[in-house]
Design a binder for this molecule. Sequence first.
Ligand SMILES: Nc1ncnc2c1ncn2[C@@H]1O[C@H](COP(=O)(O)OP(=O)(O)OP(=O)(O)O)[C@@H](O)[C@H]1O
Length: 259
Amino acid sequence: MSMPLTFESVSITFGHGASTFTAANAVDLEVRPGEMLGLVGESGSGKSTLARAAVGLEEPASGRILLGGTTISHARGAAVRERRRVQMIFQDPQSCFNPRRTIGQSLDEALVQAARREGDASASARVRRTEIDELLHAVALPAGTAARMPTQLSGGQRQRVAIARAIAARPTVVLADEITSALDVSVQGSVLNLLRDLQRELGFSVLFISHNLAVVRVVCDRVAVMRRGNLIEVGDTLQVLEQPREDYTRELIAAVPTL
Ligand SMILES: Nc1ncnc2c1ncn2[C@@H]1O[C@H](COP(=O)(O)OP(=O)(O)OP(=O)(O)O)[C@@H](O)[C@H]1O
């Protein structure tokens, strides 16, 4: 199902009173159906915080986040199930798996949740086992991976499983937060290609958070630039990277020798 993910004047703060820190300041941003939108900006500019709010890990102090017509920030009940159409993949794939569950159990849980949300009768365990094999195949891992524990996998393998789990949730939007920066350079490209191939095949949109402007240039349709909690520029990738409107964007680009 293709729907935009919309941030409407979203502010996110940490702390209280005089020590209140604004990590996101009235951000308006739309991730359009099917696109790959890059989100760039220096460390601490609020990129992760914004993404985390879309999956309920932070709560906006004001503004709201919508998926299609449904408000998914401050979500309760049915809206929480809707929000699972937004899936986040983190930099460190180690931390987001239950260490006591096999990979197969984690994928199974995502399949069951998605089936419930869609109102499908949850398929039998045998059918789900086949689906798990297919998911692992889609991310180029052997079926035997299902029986393994997260700690028994390499970083690159775990990140493939994280992608498989996101896909199992039948996502409308995938938030990819620095998903290759903890990986060995030799496997970064294959994980990125995998995400892009699956996006094309399944049609979800991606918010691609990255410090690597060279990669953003290759994979993203549009780019949004954040600075100190403010969204300062958004546009087509080539326009933003070749004819930036903001000095800050120009400085960001100048700091990357490979461009
Ligand atoms: N739980 C928290 N409590 C207090 N401050 C926080 C918390 N989470 C984030 N921040 C602050 O909010 C700001 C934005 O952080 P965020 O992680 O969103 O930045 P980022 O742009 O994703 O940075 P990076 O590129 O380094 O990941 C930072 O100054 C950070 O210190």
